[in-house]
Design a protein around this ligand. Structure first.
Ligand SMILES: NC(=O)c1ccc[n+]([C@@H]2O[C@H](COP(=O)([O-])OP(=O)(O)OC[C@H]3O[C@@H](n4cnc5c(N)ncnc54)[C@H](OP(=O)(O)O)[C@@H]3O)[C@@H](O)[C@H]2O)c1
Length: 330
């Protein structure tokens, strides 16, 4: 499988590292032999039709900050099977991810992405382009990092009707709320602690105002429930108004306050909710959790790390192996 890897930051580099270090394991266990033929970061590009050396790429990125000299090739000029798209999330227009994903799908190539922007902005267009060109679009890493929520619903729960989706899909918010409760500390104090630890961004609004969770809810609703919704269809409240007093009051009633994203009927919402301390959704720290209510299997809940280089790479690689399986079968 020839891979074009766009975005060579935290996630892209980890994917390259794992594909290299587990080469024999993947070949023996899955008959999966990936080779990265194209790599791109914001300013440079590396290409070799017979595959690039991931170790050298990683060393070069570390030493020189680039992956090659200049950016000359368009995806049209490159021989590849799958685009792995790991560029930054852009909520204005989904770029550069959206154009590259669409172009690959139009070329009949498969796509694996960790980038929420294009999916949240242009779901219908992506779905139709992939179906028209018989190309596969996978995006497990966009929701819940390592948690296999989308593939669980599509594969293991195939044949069920999903009635409701609920989850904690943002580790930063969950860390802040867990820490405010555990330490009796005010929001601002915990936020700056989370920023010092690298759990929250310098500008945390995307997380704490519930935007990130809402985008994930949109992706789940569109892909698992066949909705056609956008961010503006979600009723969103973040956690900035939650006080440690409110958390203490909840605690007295054996409850916790969590930022829950939910699809119920045709209603999409994100907001702080009180739930019993021993409820399956009451996960602590940076953990994520997703609960799918189905008609045949009942309620299925999974939990795991919602972000991190190897956790996100885990989802990307499982999507790649799954595409390899489908292509071999066909
Ligand atoms: N990190 C996580 O835990 C995690 C979890 C789930 C999903 N995601 C999503 O995965 C994506 C990648 O995340 P990340 O943490 O790896 O981000 P990152 O560390 O900021 O890396 C982004 C990469 O994209 C490159 N890039 C920027 N503009 C580009 C362009 N126009 N063309 C080609 N490459 C471009 C950057 O180039 P330079 O190296 O030159 O800056 C960098 O290599 C994001 O959409 C993020 O939301 C991340």
């Amino acid at each position: 499988m020839k891979i074009a890897l766009l975005g060579f930051g935290t996630v892209g580099q980890k994917v390259a590292k794992i594909l290299e270090s587990r080469k024999n394991f993947y070949e023996n266990k899955y008959g999966f032999s990936p080779e990265i033929v194209l790599v791109e970061d914001s300013n440079s590009q590396g290409y070799h039709t017979n595959g690039l050396n991931p170790k050298k790429l990683l060393e070069r990125k570390e030493e020189k900050g680039d992956v090659g000299s200049g950016r000359k090739l368009d995806l049209n000029d490159v021989e590849f099977d799958v685009l792995v798209e790991c560029t930054p999330t852009n909520l204005e227009d989904g770029e550069p991810g959206l154009s590259n994903i669409l172009q690959s799908l139009e070329l009949g190539r498969d796509v694996v992405t960790s980038n929420k922007g294009p999916l949240a902005i242009a779901w219908e267009e992506l779905k139709q382009t992939s179906s028209k060109n018989d190309s596969i679009l996978r995006y497990e890493a966009t929701v819940g990092g390592a948690m296999p929520t989308i593939n669980l619903a599509k594969d293991s729960l195939a044949g069920n009707k999903i009635k409701q989706i609920r989850g904690i899909l943002n580790g930063t918010c969950n860390y802040i709320l867990s820490r405010m409760r555990g330490g009796g500390l005010p929001y601002d104090h915990v936020l700056s602690e989370a920023q010092d630890l690298g759990i929250a961004e310098a500008d945390p609004s995307y997380d704490v105002e519930g935007i990130d969770t809402a985008l994930k809810i949109v992706i789940l609703a569109n892909s698992l429930l066949d909705f056609n919704v956008k961010y503006s269809d979600v009723d969103v409240t973040g956690i900035t108004g939650i006080t440690s007093e409110a958390l203490d009051l909840a605690n007295e009633e054996n409850r916790v306050i969590k930022l829950i994203g939910k699809v119920n009927g045709d209603k999409l919402e994100v907001g702080p909710k009180m739930i019993p301390k021993n409820h399956p959704l009451a996960v602590k720290g940076t953990l994520n959790v997703a609960s799918l209510k189905t008609d045949l299997a009942g309620e299925i809940t999974i939990t795991g790390k919602g972000a991190g280089a190897s956790e996100t790479a885990s989802s990307i690689i499982s999507d790649l192996i799954s595409i390899n399986r489908v292509r071999n079968f066909r």
